[in-house]
Design a protein around this ligand. Sequence first.
Ligand SMILES: NC(=O)c1ccc[n+]([C@@H]2O[C@H](COP(=O)([O-])OP(=O)(O)OC[C@H]3O[C@@H](n4cnc5c(N)ncnc54)[C@H](O)[C@@H]3O)[C@@H](O)[C@H]2O)c1
Length: 435
Amino acid sequence: MENFSRRDFIKTGTMATIGLGLLPGSARAAAESSETIRVGVIGTGNRGKSHVANLLTISGVEVVAVCDLFDSQASAAANMCVQAGRKKPAIYVKDALTYKQMLAKEKLDAVIIATYWDSHAPIAIEAMNNGTYPGIEVPAALTVENTWKLVETSEKTGIPCMMLENWSFRQDNLAALNMKRLNMFGDIVHCHCAHSHDCIDHWFFDSKTGDQKWPAEYLLKYNRDQYPTHAVGPIISWMDINRGDIFTEIYSSATASKGINAYFKREFGENHPNGKIKWKQGDIVTSLLKTKSGKTLVINYDMQLPRPYSNRWLLEGTKGVYDEEKASISLVTSPKYHEWEPWKPYEEKYNHKWWNADYSAQSHGGTDYVMLSQFIDAVKKKGPTPLDVYDSAVMTAIVELSGISIEKNAPVPFPDFTKGKWETNKPYFGMDLSL
Ligand SMILES: NC(=O)c1ccc[n+]([C@@H]2O[C@H](COP(=O)([O-])OP(=O)(O)OC[C@H]3O[C@@H](n4cnc5c(N)ncnc54)[C@H](O)[C@@H]3O)[C@@H](O)[C@H]2O)c1
């Protein structure tokens, strides 16, 4: 029954009919707890509202303020809280800088930032300067310069800064991390990953009219890996990046841009203006990254061709290989090590402690809940966030660096955001001491 009401709670989205008495256990505990932390949400569109829904199920959290460019969006998020039996959050809506008033006035413990890409870094910097933990949607910044500012502000203020890279928290990826830490793959040599997600007909453009949505502007202006973080999120821990190793260079290459024009001709006929525009963004970007200790990583951006979703994570070491797309594994310790074995039994056996319950009814199969509850836990303890500002920086910097490399048709150096601390930093993300 608990599971049933929890699932219903999430699925309603706006939670229109739910009062406090019907809340699932964790949410009711949060509503009644006296030890709550004050959380704000800036950017309450699709993703921001999904975060609000998850925050309402984490105990000890009160969403005290919401901010958006549009009253309809901010009010909808505030109403989700009211309909869940909570106090109505303060609503901040005026212009693109109104978040500054909210951060100054509300004395927030944490803020979730789910705005358009260009405002992520400035808002996070303002939050840290106000003593507030920022949980930033992906990517954390669009330029290497702003990425450095995030690092420097976190170091100066002492406030941890986490990009909300949810795929780092996936159950399968965390089980693979546990196995890597048990040395089951031996020395890690090579990884591959992709963000193959056809976003043309919902995220970049309106599927009914073909009108451009805000992310489409980036397809006109840039040719680069626009969205590397979901692909690379789990990999940085598998490869010990910033903690024993670092990326030293990135070399990116892009295909021609065919997919967007082909989509418009196919779905809207020959005359839709977007079918005739010369889009700068190539369909597939392939980046090769090298590390100091001699590992390689290949990342594919792939968001504008018709295809099913895939991340194609691959982890290869001296003792075996994990292939997420095949849902298979092969280890030298197995008697049949030249054959593929099914992955699922390994995922169950090496399940990560963060996945100790069935969260599958929540957004992205529970991964968002696991991520947010770990972030919130860090805020409550005033401790380090599971992904730190350096993790966030390496994932984020790929955006601009891949574009520079494509433009130059040459490898470009990868900055060391840790300024040498990678040599002594110990692994931190998802350390499972029960292993
Ligand atoms: N991690 C994931 O799985 C995932 C999934 C989808 C989107 N995202 C990320 O979430 C972010 C938002 O994407 P979305 O799809 O929700 O977009 P969206 O357009 O639905 O929502 C963005 C909202 O931010 C508001 N906004 C923009 N600038 C603002 C500012 N300066 N102050 C206050 N509000 C502002 C807009 O009015 C809008 O309502 C993006 O960074 C995107 O990359 C992440």
